[in-house]
Design a protein around this ligand. Structure first.
Ligand SMILES: *Cc1c(COP(=O)(O)O)cnc(C)c1O
Length: 393
């Protein structure tokens, strides 16, 4: 029998969209290490390291802090299936695709969902959450910290205070903020949160870090009904990550290595330096885009450092331009989602990818794409504006 299948040779893409982002080369090397068993003492030590490093990036002391097997959406599902029982009242804030996904997941877990809507590209106002909480008296409020579909960074402290006063849980989606933007679980009073490895942690998709404080944990351990998902049931999984080390499912070993390495990279850089880097590169990118005639999509002053959204300029075609960038320069950018489809581009500068070199590369490639399409653009205007930001930092 002949072998019709060619050797696997994925292109070396620069992933400047909404995720996945490029993994740090150290992470990819760690993944090539030999496998050990999932109850091997060496792997148990790696799990312990991952728990304590995750506490560092989540800025929490929560004991129940670990990585679920699956992508960011598995983290979302973990939080809802464990905290919600059929008939529970839940308030979900929706100003983009991921808020909408939370509504769907919460409803499938049996929640009676009340939605607090805000226009896409805007934050959720705390006063709106307060109104909903007062009338619904929910068991929990769920909100997205970094809305990757719109590029909004949601302030959380005021909403947390509202939840404390009403004695309901606050659940936060930190998928595109963790490792790129400040996430202070304890200081901000967040009861449960989840993330994913493939965005600002610069690790391949495959694990979903989660953290629950004691209040949330007590809610899980006092459930009347079994958790509807066997695979994501924390009442069982906490016994694998805890002292007992009970077998539940086989941990994805190589992803465990990858997570440890990406968290080590973050620990070495330090959170403050990492957040400052994301901010600076986002500022430079935004300056460059504006100089090239782009208008930003997300609300001024609430723009996310890890993901910038901009309206596609007049006379530029969405799909063919993105295809051009991919085929000619190996650069992936994100198209719009939901309401922004065909109208907005999403530029991710996440983790390892948030660099001056990538900002200048992206602006140059965009200018080239415009020139090839016959759109007039002042040569070098984007680069010059970005460099101005770097020179003045
Ligand atoms: C990417 C993302 C998710 C889903 O993560 P997957 O890894 O795609 O499953 C959830 N929430 C937000 C805000 C995201 O950006």
């Amino acid at each position: 029998m002949c072998n019709d299948y060619a050797e696997l040779k994925p292109s070396e893409r620069l992933l400047l969209g909404p995720g996945p982002s490029n993994a740090d080369p150290r992470v990819l090397r760690a993944m090539a290490a030999p496998l050990v068993g999932h109850l091997d003492p060496e792997f148990l030590q790696i799990m312990n390291d991952n728990m304590s490093l995750l506490r560092y990036v989540f800025q929490t002391k929560n004991e129940l802090t670990m990585a679920m097997s699956g992508t960011g959406s598995a983290g979302m599902e973990t939080v809802f299936v464990n905290l919600v029982e059929p008939g529970d009242k839940v308030v979900v804030c929706v100003n983009g695709v991921f808020g909408q996904r939370m509504v769907d997941v919460a409803q499938r877990a049996g929640a009676e969902v009340t939605v607090v809507n805000a226009p896409w590209g805007q934050i959720i106002e705390a006063a709106e959450v307060k109104k909903a909480v007062e009338s619904v008296k929910p068991k929990l409020v769920a909100i997205v910290h970094a809305e990757t579909s719109t590029g909004i960074l949601q302030p959380l402290e005021e909403i947390s205070a509202i939840c404390k006063e009403a004695d309901c849980l606050l659940v936060v989606d930190c998928v595109t903020s963790l490792g790129g933007v400040e996430v202070k679980i304890d200081e901000w009073g967040i009861d449960a949160a989840y993330s994913g490895t493939q965005k600002c942690l610069s690790c391949p998709p495959g694990l979903a870090p989660v953290t629950f404080n004691e209040k949330a944990r007590a809610v899980i351990n006092k459930r009347k009904n079994k958790v509807q998902s066997w695979y994501l049931d924390l009442t069982m999984i906490q016994n694998y990550w805890g002292q007992e080390r009970f077998y539940h499912h086989t941990a994805p070993i190589s992803m465990g290595y990858a997570l440890r390495e990406c968290l080590r990279v973050i620990y070495e850089e330090g959170l403050e330096a990492r957040f400052a880097r994301h901010k600076l590169n986002a500022e430079a990118l935004k300056a460059g885009l504006k100089a090239m005639g782009f208008k930003l999509y997300a609300q001024e002053g609430r723009q996310l450092p890890s993901l910038t959204t901009a309206w596609i300029p007049e006379g530029v075609e969405d799909a063919s331009t993105r295809k051009f960038l991919l085929n000619k320069y190996n650069i992936e950018i994100g198209g719009g989602l939901g309401e922004g489809k065909g109208k907005v581009w999403r530029f991710g500068l996440m983790g390892h990818n948030s660099t001056e070199k990538n900002v200048l590369t992206l602006l140059t490639a965009l200018e080239a794409a415009f020139v090839y399409q016959g759109k007039t653009v002042e040569p070098g205007a984007g680069i010059a504006a970005a460099l101005e930001v770097y020179k003045n930092k």
